[in-house]
Design a protein around this ligand. Structure first.
Ligand SMILES: CN1c2c(nc(N)[nH]c2=O)NC[C@@H]1CNc1ccc(C(=O)N[C@@H](CCC(=O)N[C@@H](CCC(=O)N[C@@H](CCC(=O)O)C(=O)O)C(=O)O)C(=O)O)cc1
Ligand SMILES: N[C@@H](CCS)C(=O)O
Ligand SMILES: [Zn+2]
Length: 768
């Protein structure tokens, strides 16, 4: 019998981002809630049928979400903060959207719940709040409704839920530093999950999947106990009717595998891509309990490349020495890959044959499962295996010798900027003549419908490049005029010419390929279309120089150049798998270094090199931080800027501020200034800045740009005071959290006006 095939989760946004379009249409008043529900139902049916046709045995349900699966879980558990319930919406979707994106209208004024990165992905989840008054209970029928919906189509799905351990570890108590896992909360949560299992048993589900990616992180005191107490209560609820798959991904669970194995789950999902060696070693050491099926995650849910069947079969053969109960699975949800390669007519067939998006990965699961049950001799006759092997024989691209030569010629000095930072900071203060507490922004200004529409017209050939450039220049002019009017100190051009901060750079570099439609959900309805690293990377032409030079020519103020750094370009692209990330990042670093030096030549005195994704891709296990990442990521950043003049001020930006543990590594980037997000946790980062004697000047964001809310001047002044209590006033910059591209002009300008006024008020109080 062929091994079972299982999919952890499927993209829900739709082959043509139908879900995004209908929901955004609803928000604008152009679509009704019925339209949203109808599209959602059609998408679910379409996705289930696609998987059925591909021969998948365990097809997920409840992987669909209007906004985010973590938010759905909070709603399922009754963890909806009172302020959203008080809005009193009739329709549950309206409450859900208010939690996800905030609400300002006749029913009230609430900010959204905060978002965070979903482990090391570019997907953001909503961070649930559990207040002491929260009564955890089974509060929604969504998972059951979707199961029944599929059942009515003749498909018995495998419902998927975020597991209780991961939910609790990611939730927070708004009134406390840390969520207290007291017995009551653990019992209440476990009891809801037990009810869910029982109910699925009654409805006729055969398998239910609980996702516990948090198990791949290092364990803190009490974590293993928490996990065991939760599941000791949940597992008996199977009642012999339904099987429970404990699914893990984004790494290995070697440190808890023995415990998990002893608990008697019906299935254990292991990531055999990112956690391959450690997970295989754990299975080898502790074996597999009788009655447990290993869900072998061999099909990568985070890349776009074809699976190497020989490697996957090698993994399955190794597992077979321990158990015959194996299901072939995706290593994580396919949420993180684009929908299908169909329609990517811009790519040569010779290139496209190397790609597998979500739909193509279904075929791979099926092929691997069929091959897994054959011996070596029989496998040799299978065409699918021979065709697959051919993809991995030989070299795909001709190496670029010039790039290799340039890298080989680098010396240790190329990674060190001279003179030392303290000396540079003095020289820059004199050269730039900025006031105390200088004000600036992170780079982008609102990417309005008008800006995007003009770019769409250029793409369709409806306007010429000259007309488009003229339009962008007008946008820059207006943006500069406004910035001057409100009195910002360091100006930006606004990034109007960019579709995205990574795709745009890829479009100007050799070695990249682009898709038409390979969108991946980033948060809510927002998607990204990462470019693909196909060959060796070098700069094809100056990328931003003309725009920055134009902008500088329009003002007497300092105009900040705006670049994306090498680590972020790689992390938000689809990287090659035939060469290391380190090498690809170095190639990118040289390309961006060329751009930095050209900007300097063009008279740009302040250059920001965004490394928004540097913190995000920090390995999940601390033991991997340095040897697997920081030891090459930080030097790559230094390579980008080491050759500039002492008076050229280098800024960097990170959207994520949880870098207390790597504060010295951030300082070792040797930037002159860093700006970063400053939501709730950041007071802690300010302590770290203080304690570590952080050398880099810093701009902890003084207001949250993810919300349309306009912060008052007093509020920002208070925030600046909080910052000054922890930092040397001579090293503080005043800026928002992140770029303003997703905001509207209506809220952007008053917010910035308040920010500048607050900075001036504090300066006046300090007598400066
Ligand atoms: C800073 N962030 C970024 C991340 N990752 C990136 N790669 N880029 C980032 O900026 N990660 C963390 C954060 C938060 N994440 C995001 C992600 C996505 C957006 C966003 O605004 N996305 C847009 C799409 C952006 C884009 O590529 N726009 C194109 C047009 C694309 C399009 O839909 N075109 C239409 C036609 C145009 C029209 O008429 O409107 C079409 O093809 O049908 C462009 O500008 O040219 C989104 O809408 O999802 C923000 C933060
Ligand atoms: N310069 C970019 C950084 C975003 S992380 C922007 O302002 O949008
Ligand atoms: Zn940012």
């Amino acid at each position: 019998m062929t091994a079972l095939t299982s999919v952890s989760g499927f993209p829900r946004i739709g082959s043509n981002r139908e879900l995004k379009k209908v929901i955004e249409g609803y928000w604008k008043g152009a679509k009704t809630l019925d339209d949203v529900r109808t599209t959602a139902k059609q998408l679910r049916a379409e996705h289930w049928k696609l998987q059925q046709e591909a021969g998948i045995d365990l097809i997920p349900s409840n992987d669909f979400s209007y906004y985010d699966q973590m938010l759905d879980t909070a709603i399922l558990l009754g963890a909806v903060p009172a302020r959203y319930q008080r809005l009193g919406f009739d329709q549950p979707e309206d409450t859900l959207f208010a939690i996800g994106r905030g609400y300002q209208g006749d029913k009230g004024d609430v900010t959204a719940l905060p978002m965070k990165k979903w482990f090391t992905t570019n997907y953001h989840y909503i961070v649930p709040e559990i207040e002491s008054s929260t009564q955890i209970h089974l509060a929604s029928t969504k998972p059951f409704d979707e199961f029944n919906e599929a059942k009515a189509l003749g498909i018995i799905t495998k419902p998927v839920l975020i597991g209780p351990y991961t939910f609790l570890k990611l939730a927070r108590d708004p009134q406390a530093e840390e969520l207290e896992f007291d017995r009551g909360l653990i019992n209440d949560i476990a009891s809801v999950y037990a009810q869910v299992l029982g109910k699925f048993g009654e409805l006729g589900a055969q398998w239910v999947q609980f996702d516990e990616p948090y198990l791949v992180l290092d364990k803190e005191d009490g974590d293993v106990e928490l996990f065991k107490s939760l599941y000791a209560k949940i597992l008996p609820a199977r009642g012999g009717k339904v099987k429970l798959l404990l699914n893990t991904y984004f790494g290995h669970i070697a440190d808890i595998y023995e415990t998990v194995n002893l608990l008697g789950f019906d299935g254990i999902g292991l990531d055999l891509i990112e956690g391959k060696d450690e997970n295989l070693a754990a299975v080898d050491k502790y074996g597999v309990a009788d009655g447990t099926t290993i869900f072998a995650g061999v099909v990568n849910g985070r890349n776009i490349w074809r699976n190497d069947y020989a490697v996957s079969l090698g993994v399955i053969d190794a597992l077979r020495t321990k158990t015959d109960n194996i299901a072939v699975s995706t290593a994580c949800s396919l949420l993180h890959v684009p929908f299908s390669t169909e329609g990517e007519t811009g790519l040569e067939p010779q290139v496209l044959k190397h790609f597998a998006f979500a739909v193509e990965k279904l075929g791979e699961l099926h092929d691997i499962a069929v091959l897994a049950d054959q011996d070596d001799t029989a496998r040799r006759d299978v065409k699918a295996l021979a065709d697959n092997q051919a993809l991995f024989d030989g070299t795909r691209v001709t190496p670029d010798q010039a790039v290799a030569k340039r890298l080989a010629a680098l010396t240790a000095d190329d990674f060190v900027r001279q003179p030392a930072r303290a000396e540079r900071q003095k020289l820059q203060r004199e050269a730039l003549g900025l006031p105390l507490l200088p004000t600036t922004t992170i780079g982008s200004f609102p990417q309005t419908k008008e800006v995007r529409a003009e770019r769409a017209r250029l793409r369709k050939g409806e306007i010429t490049r000259e007309q488009y450039d003229e339009f962008i220049k007008q946008q820059i002019d207006e943006c500069i005029k406004h910035q001057e009017q409100i009195g910002l100190d360091v100006l930006v051009h606004g990034e109007f010419e960019r579709n995205d901060m990574v795709e745009y750079f890829g479009q100007h570099l050799n070695g990249f390929l682009f898709t038409k439609n390979a969108w991946v959900q980033s948060y809510g309805t927002r998607c990204v279309k990462p470019p693909i690293v196909w060959g060796d990377v070098s700069r094809a032409e100056p990328i931003t120089v003309a725009w920055s030079a134009y902008a500088q020519s329009r003002t007497k103020h300092v105009m900040k150049g705006m670049l994306t750094g090498p680590v972020t370009i790689l992390n938000w692209s689809w990287p090659r798998e035939d060469v290391s990330h380190e090498l690809q990042t170095q190639q990118l670093a040289l390309a961006i270094r060329d751009e930095v030096l050209d900007l300097e030549k063009a008279g740009i005195k302040v250059i920001q090199i965004d490394e928004a994704a540097l913190r995000e891709k920090l390995p999940l296990r601390k033991s991997d931080w340095h040897k697997k990442y920081l030891d090459w990521a930080i030097p790559a950043f230094r390579l980008v800027h080491s050759a500039v003049k002492p008076t050229t001020q280098i800024h960097t930006h990170m959207c994520y501020s949880e870098f207390n543990d790597i504060i010295r590594d951030i300082d070792a980037m040797d930037a002159d200034v860093i700006s970063f997000e400053a939501s709730r946790g950041d007071l802690v980062v300010l302590d770290a800045i203080h304690d570590a004697n952080f050398e880099t000047e810093a701009g902890p964001g003084v207001y949250d740009i993810h919300s349309p809310r306009i912060p008052s001047e007093a509020e920002i002044e208070h925030r600046i005071d909080e910052i000054l209590a922890k930092m040397d006033v001579n090293k503080v910059w005043i800026n928002p959290d992140c770029g303003l591209k997703t905001r509207g002009n209506a809220e952007t300008w008053p917010s910035l006006e308040h920010m500048v006024a607050a900075a001036k008020a504090v300066r006046a109080r300090l007598g400066k």
